[in-house]
Design a protein. Structure first.
Lengths: 215, 85, 412
């Protein structure tokens, strides 16, 4: 059985003449380069779209046991995440809810395995963005009430807050010197959040970038 | 900025929360009279005071209880429903 | 006028009478005691004297007159409501407003501006059409217009409004604004001239009810005997009703507003947007008077917040980007007494002689004249005025709510 991932919720907004698309890996296309100035923008303030990654969600009182039986190592505390050894990540969004992303084999396994009692699927049609660059905190000051630098101190943490009025899930990837904040929001707010974030980024000397430019 | 403390996610601006009103015991709809049912669904304790209220942290969908003074706008305590059982 | 000024200059005794008589003492008894010296209470005192010859009336005010929601609203007057009860009631009020300056011999700065309720979504536009039809049926001037019409009436508007483009509007030509303090003062002076007494700094501490009948009122300045009490205290309603053990659905939410620095006249109509949570008009002084939606949780406080100014300013800039350098001068809040069906609670109560004029939430100012008139009738005859039949407290016992979706600053 094949589970095609849908196109990015902001796919149409990315259709610019200069964009270089990556259509490999049987995944929906993603933008690897937005335009020639990507590296400069990424150094100051870049916003990239990760929404094309495969993704699955489960929740319910039986979710923890069921995922453990599938052989996944799970984050032990709520609002934290773990990388899979073979790529992708699993996040624990509360006591009994999980998000699995970026590892096609894991996602397919979760979608195809018959669910146990007390395990419910969660439809994940998120828009997923990455923020990087030296001026990223200036953007956060304008859009968010929580200082994301607390994530750099504890990189296994997941943060659930709101940005520009939209509920988001945030984690930090990258390293301490060049943190990359990755955020998930409901796909229907994707275009609004993308326009808001790239609009502010452009004012600060950055803008939309392709995935290749991320540190 | 007003701060509300989610028992799960910690202190956050009140704009991240949703208010669902005072906690009130529901009479049994099968046995209670029309009048006491109307009293339950419509009437409220509108006078100021310390009240126990349902609140929800929207970003994480965490429902919890806040004890709040509705005259002074002071949150005295927040806790999960399960913690009180 | 110059002659009067000259007279003032040449005398040591101030020859111009004050707006109202100050009464040193409360009388031991009155025919009617009105709790609350806002527009509604003073208007009731005025019409009791003018229409029903009842002048042995005391208006008790805890603070100063017009200091509550009468002085805290955004002064919009309109009648384009949704339910037949609402439309008939508010239309009568608009008619009363139009002669009020004349009647008081006091300039209320009543200005007919035209009122637009903007629709940013298809569903909002559907509600506008519905409201227009109900309004027309009852003879109220209301119509749905397109974005071009809005642009002509308010050329500075940005029709795309950020992420919420304007699809159309409900246009209500009689929509007006008035100076709110003057309304309280005008009614107060009119009632005073007819013999009613206004007692400021007089707090009600208890209501004496015996055998289901009102006998008197305990105040911070002594006891008053009376067998008729009108409660017209807006945000303090639940506290007064607790004294007589009457239960209602009223909950108190703050409603905030602010004004900008004065600008040259550029905005003629009154604009309201439910999606952006804005209502705005330009006052005679040139200030933009702006309001937003209700604060989302119960609070008995008139303190304003920074969140409110930030949120409302952001939405104002969506609609009028050129205002980005305009300063906000003042902000404040009023305590709105909200009901679940966005209609008021008016008329008699289970206690004989205790009358209620409450639940005026975010829509009370425009109703000031008609409330005074109908409540005066209700008190004088002990029978609810026909216009307020749909607003009785009983509707929450009989499951017969009104469902007024035309109210301001509430989401639908």
């Amino acid at each position: 059985m094949k589970f095609p991932s849908p196109l990015s919720p902001i796919h149409d907004a990315l259709l610019t003449g200069a964009a270089v698309w990556n259509s490999a890996d049987s995944l929906p296309p993603s933008v690897s380069q937005f335009d020639a100035s990507d590296p400069q923008k990424a150094a100051l303030l870049g916003v990239a779209d990760h929404s094309h990654l495969p993704r699955a969600g489960v929740k319910g009182p039986g979710a923890t046991g069921w995922l453990a039986e599938l052989g996944l190592s799970l984050p032990s505390r709520s609002n934290s995440w773990l990388p899979f050894p073979d790529g992708g990540l699993i996040g624990r969004l509360g006591n009994t809810e999980y998000l699995i992303e970026g590892n096609a084999a894991r996602v397919a396994q979760i979608m195809q395995t018959p669910r146990a009692p007390g395990v419910y699927p969660v439809l994940r049609q998120d828009a997923v963005f990455a923020l990087c660059g030296s001026r990223v905190n200036e953007l956060l000051l304008q859009t968010c009430n929580v200082d994301f630098r607390c994530l750099v101190a504890d990189p296994t943490q997941l943060l659930l807050t709101s940005m520009a009025g939209v509920s988001v899930l945030v984690l930090v990837a990258g390293n301490k010197i060049h943190p990359v904040y990755r955020l998930w929001c409901d796909g229907t707010y994707g275009l609004y959040l993308w326009e808001t974030l790239t609009g502010i980024a452009e004012e600060l000397g950055g803008g939309g970038i392709g995935l290749d430019a991320l540190p | 900025m007003k701060i509300m403390t989610c028992p799960f996610n910690g202190p956050r601006p009140v704009s991240e929360f949703f208010y669902w009103g005072e906690i009130r015991p529901m009479p049994d709809p099968a046995t209670c009279s029309d009048e006491s049912w109307a009293d339950y669904i419509f009437n409220r304790n509108g006078a100021p005071g310390v009240k126990q209220e349902w609140w929800c942290h929207i970003a994480s969908n965490t429902w919890f209880i806040a004890e709040r003074n509705t005259e002074k706008d002071l949150v005295l305590r927040t806790y999960l429903f399960e913690e009180e059982l | 006028m110059p002659w009067r000024l000259l007279r003032f200059a040449t005398t040591k005794k101030h020859p111009e009478p004050r707006m109202f008589t100050e009464h040193a003492e409360l009388k031991p008894s009155y025919d009617v005691v009105i709790i609350g010296g806002g527009g509604h209470g003073l208007a009731a005192a005025y019409y009791l004297g003018r229409d029903h010859g009842i002048t042995n009336v005391a208006v008790l005010e805890k603070g100063y007159i017009g200091g509550g929601n009468t002085g805290r609203n955004t002064t919009i007057i309109r009648s384009n409501y949704l339910t037949p009860e609402g439309v008939k009631f508010y239309d009568e009020s608009v008619n009363l407003w139009q002669d009020l300056s004349q009647e008081f011999d006091l300039n209320l700065f009543y200005a007919n501006r035209g009122h637009f309720t903007l629709a940013h979504t298809d569903s909002a536009l559907r509600t506008m059409r519905w409201r227009a039809e109900v309004n027309k049926h009852y003879g109220v001037d209301s119509e749905v217009v397109g974005p071009d019409f809005v642009k002509r009436a308010a050329p500075m508007i940005n029709l795309s409004c950020g992420h919420a483009p304007i699809l159309g509007a409900l246009y209500h030509a009689p929509g007006s604004i008035a100076r709110h303090d003057a309304v309280a003062w005008g009614y107060g002076r009119g009632a005073d001239m007819r013999g009613a007494e206004i007692h400021q700094q007089t707090e009600v501490l208890g209501i004496d009810v015996r055998g289901g009948k009102v006998c008197g009122v305990q105040t911070s300045r002594g006891y008053i005997a009376t067998d008729k009490v009108l409660c017209a205290v807006a945000g303090f309603t639940p506290r007064i009703l607790d004294m007589v053990d009457i239960k209602t659905p009223i909950t108190i939410h703050p409603l905030q507003a602010m004004v900008s620095e004065p600008l040259k006249p550029w905005l003629d109509p009154i604009l309201v947007s439910g999606s952006l949570h804005i209502y705005v008009s330009q006052s005679a002084r040139g200030e933009l008077v702006m309001g937003a939606s209700l604060d989302p949780y119960e609070l008995h406080s008139t303190r304003s917040t920074l969140d409110f100014v930030e949120g409302l300013s952001a939405h104002m800039l969506d609609m009028f980007p050129f205002l980005s350098h305009v300063k906000v001068m003042r902000q404040w809040a009023g305590m709105a007494d909200m009901t679940p069906d966005f209609a008021p609670i008016m008329g008699k109560t289970p206690i004989e002689g205790f009358y209620l004029d409450a639940g005026w939430g975010t829509w009370g100012f425009k109703a000031t004249p008609v409330c005074g008139k109908t409540m005066a009738h209700t008190i004088a005859t002990d029978t609810p005025h026909p216009l307020i039949n749909g607003f009785s407290l009983d509707r929450f016992r009989n499951y017969s709510l009104t469902g007024e979706k035309g109210a301001a600053s509430v989401g639908h």
